[in-house]
Design a protein around this ligand. Structure first.
Ligand SMILES: Cc1cc2nc3c(=O)[nH]c(=O)nc-3n(C[C@H](O)[C@H](O)[C@H](O)COP(=O)(O)OP(=O)(O)OC[C@H]3O[C@@H](n4cnc5c(N)ncnc54)[C@H](O)[C@@H]3O)c2cc1C
Length: 716
């Protein structure tokens, strides 16, 4: 524990101990208050201001330290200062004291709670961020909830201090009035329980739930209002209409058909969407060819004196198309029709919350559905850089049409797509310059990951330019030039072709989103709640169009929730579970991650321990000539619970699967260590990193004693 925290804890402990050591709680009883009432009243008459100050200080101290006696003190407020002044002082003193207790709990415990329960805390934090003031108000109004517990518990949530203070003060006012008023009649009170009658308690409870109830009503009202302008069909053609047949749309439709719902899937371009046609599949196919070339180049490392590769770039690109064709039946109209989905090849436009207009080559028709899933995907984001419109630029959409290898390729962007294609084209023989405005590639990963990838890229001949901001495209002497800014200087980079890979923008226009007023998030994706619902509760959105992740597996994951909530949400709705999201960037070495890395943990103030195993030590990696990279696991301090894993190395994405499973099902490093891993495999690295953790947590004392025991056994 850090020194300021320790000091505060010691200070609080000392004050609480003094309170009990001096038996001060016996002064804060009804009997004692009654006995001392006249004396206190005399003192108050003689020193009115001082009496108020002393009383307020005592009240603040008792509440700030969560000591017993606040109720008696409130009664005393009424007895000594009367209804008006008593209420005023108690209202401020109790709110100040509560806020101090709240701040102390936050300062002492919030980080600790965050680091230990980060996954579970997320939902609570989201709820508090959304409705925290309402919850607090309810808790404050209903005097059944212990005052001090609310202070401490709220300190562990992200509610703002200012909000906590004013909601507490307003929320406690009614209770304060009742107790202070009772204090003015002190002589008539025989017990504390008599102050609040069941009827009064009931009224408080009603008052307490009123704001939450009102909020729910408001939401219902808003929903009614949003649908008010749209005529609802008497009957529906479909239970579900799905727009877009990429990963998100295909899985939504599949699930609906699997549970025997009537579902229509509409795709305007190619079945399989981005992943199959212009994303994961072609990129991985091309990466494979490029990797083979790089391995051939490394032949002498493997004892093969000479190996050459002759290839035609166009043939390599044709193979990519062949791979797409081979995978395509998985996502085809035929397959989905067989599964029970009605597939329409046409363009969809939402014309009401229950109706979609479909334009095919033959006709235009409108179909209706009880619910709609929007899975319209994203497209490459093209920045408004002056001069770019005069360049025949490439994106991940059209790069697959190339049949001639660019001699000098400029790649704009140091994210996953930019990095994968940079290395691939460099390996295929292009002279690649990669430009990134951030100080390093793969900014979301820890710096050491970027260092490894950058070093490898440079070793393979890529001209990596970080801290370079693209400013303008010009033509000089017939040559394409990018003007970039680097440390205040203008830098010229000549190129033949440029690939724009600086992110992907959600498709949120041109199919009814604007007309219906479907809400957008600040990231310009369709805004969804945790159930994948848009502001129209029967319209759902999944995948790249909704975010926050842009992966095939997250689109499919969200699709399950959207389909189930759309079809069965009137019985029960399920929140999308984002607790364990893995991903991989398929550079060489691969970079795979699940959960937290160090930079995320630090940014979120989550304490952690790191266990790292270097793959340069792994038998199989050595035998394969791939002895580089690492497995890094972040765990809860003192425990084997996994917070996150980063793997850099050969087949990192495959290796990560064991940790994804472990995190999802709460399996710790001890259990991974206790599991047999086949020798010699790369997967052994997972066991070895668990071994690193174990060694760092070996019970040293016990081992010392064991050493002595064995020494003794050798002697007797
Ligand atoms: C180069 C590249 C490499 C990638 N590599 C990986 C990877 O290795 N792993 C990974 O997990 N992810 C990868 N991705 C990301 C992945 O491709 C996307 O996250 C995924 O395709 C998103 O699926 P989706 O269903 O949201 O959208 P999409 O696959 O884009 O599908 C949306 C579909 O909706 C259709 N559509 C849009 N509007 C309408 C309309 N009005 N009417 C009818 N149809 C419409 C579109 O034509 C499209 O087919 C990669 C992406 C790129 C570009």
């Amino acid at each position: 524990m850090k020194t300021p925290r320790l000091l505060l804890l010691l200070g609080i402990a000392a004050l609480v101990a003094t309170f009990f050591a001096l038996d001060l709680q016996f002064y804060l009883t009804l009997e004692n208050l009654k006995a001392q009432q006249t004396g206190i009243a005399h003192y108050r008459q003689a020193h009115p201001v001082l009496a108020m100050a002393l009383y307020a200080t005592l009240y603040i101290t008792v509440t700030a330290l969560s000591l017993p006696g606040a109720t008696i003190l409130t009664l005393a407020g009424g007895a000594v200062f009367g209804l008006l002044w008593g209420t005023l002082i108690v209202s401020f003193a109790s709110s100040i004291g509560a806020t101090l207790a709240f701040l102390a709990a936050r300062f002492l415990l919030r980080d600790w709670v965050k680091s230990r329960f980060s996954a579970r805390l997320q939902a609570i934090d989201e709820g508090v961020s959304r409705d925290g003031a309402f919850y607090l108000f309810t808790l404050r109004l209903v005097p059944l909830f212990p005052f001090f517990m609310i202070n401490l518990a709220m300190g562990l949530t992200p509610i703002k201090t200012r909000t906590f203070y004013w909601v507490s003060q307003v929320g406690m006012l009614a209770g304060t009035l009742v107790y202070v008023n009772a204090g003015t009649q002190l002589a008539k009170i025989d017990s504390l329980s008599g102050i609040l009658s069941p009827a009064l308690l009931g009224s408080f409870a009603l008052l307490g739930v009123f704001p939450l109830g009102a909020k729910k009503m408001l939401e219902l009202f808003k929903q009614r209002k949003i649908y008010a302008d749209w005529p609802k069909p008497d009957r529906f053609d479909n239970n579900l209409i799905v727009i877009g047949a990429g990963a998100g749309g295909l899985v939504s439709a599949y699930i609906a058909a699997a549970v025997k719902a009537k579902v229509t899937l509409i795709e305007k371009h190619k079945m399989g969407g981005d992943c199959l046609n212009t994303g994961c599949v072609p990129s991985k196919a091309l990466i494979r060819s490029a990797k083979l070339l790089s391995q051939i180049k490394r032949a002498p490392e493997f004892g093969i004196a000479k190996a050459g590769a002759e290839f035609d770039f166009a043939t390599v690109m044709e193979r990519v198309q062949q791979v797409i064709k081979t995978v395509a039946p998985h996502d085809s109209v035929e397959r989905y029709t067989e599964l029970g989905v009605e597939v329409i090849e046409g363009s969809a436009k939402i014309v009401s919350p229950w109706a979609v207009e479909v334009t095919t080559v033959d006709d235009v028709k409108t179909i209706t559905g009880r619910a709609i899933v929007i899975a319209a995907g994203a497209r490459p984001f093209v920045p408004p850089i002056p001069g770019l419109d005069t360049v025949d630029y490439l994106t991940s959409d059209n790069i697959w049409n190339l049949r001639e290898l660019p001699k000098r390729l400029l790649v704009l962007g140091g994210g996953p797509i930019g990095c994968e294609l940079t290395q691939t084209f460099a390996r295929l023989g292009s002279q690649v310059t990669q430009v990134e405005m951030a100080p390093r590639l793969m900014l979301r990963e820890d710096a050491e990951v970027s260092d490894i990838v950058q070093a490898r890229f440079r070793a393979e001949g890529v001209d990596v330019r970080v801290n370079h901001t693209a400013k303008e495209f010009i033509v000089e002497n017939g040559e394409h030039i990018l003007l970039a800014e680097h440390e205040g200087q203008s830098v010229k980079i000549a190129f033949d072709k440029v690939l724009i890979a600086i992110g992907r923008a959600a498709n949120v226009q041109g199919y009814g989103v604007e007309e219906l007023g479907i809400a957008l998030s600040p990231r310009n994706t369709l805004e969804t709640n945790p159930f994948q619902q848009t502001n129209y509760p029967n319209i759902f959105a999944v995948g790249d169009v909704a975010g926050p992740y842009q992966f095939t597996h997250t689109a499919a994951h969200q699709a399950w929730y959207a389909a189930v909530n759309a079809l069965f949400g009137h019985f029960k709705k399920f929140r999308t579970d984002y607790s364990v999201i893995p991903w991989s960037t398929f550079t060489d070495p691969e970079v795979a991650r699940v959960g937290l890395n160090q930079q995320d943990a630090q940014a979120q103030n989550i304490t952690y321990e790191v266990s790292t195993y270097g793959l340069d030590d792994l038998d199989r990696a050595i035998a394969d000539g791939e002895a580089h990279g690492f497995v890094k696991v972040l765990t809860v301090p003192g425990k084997d619970k996994i917070l996150g894993v980063t793997i850099v190395g050969e087949h990192a994405g495959d290796l990560l699967a064991e940790f994804v499973l472990a995190m999802k099902h709460g399996i710790g490093l001890n259990k991974i260590l206790g599991t047999i891993h086949i020798y010699p495999t790369l997967a052994e690295a997972n066991k070895y990193v668990a071994g690193v953790w174990k060694r760092n947590h070996a019970p040293r004392r016990v081992l010392e004693w064991l050493g002595r025991y064995h020494a003794w056994r050798r002697k007797v």
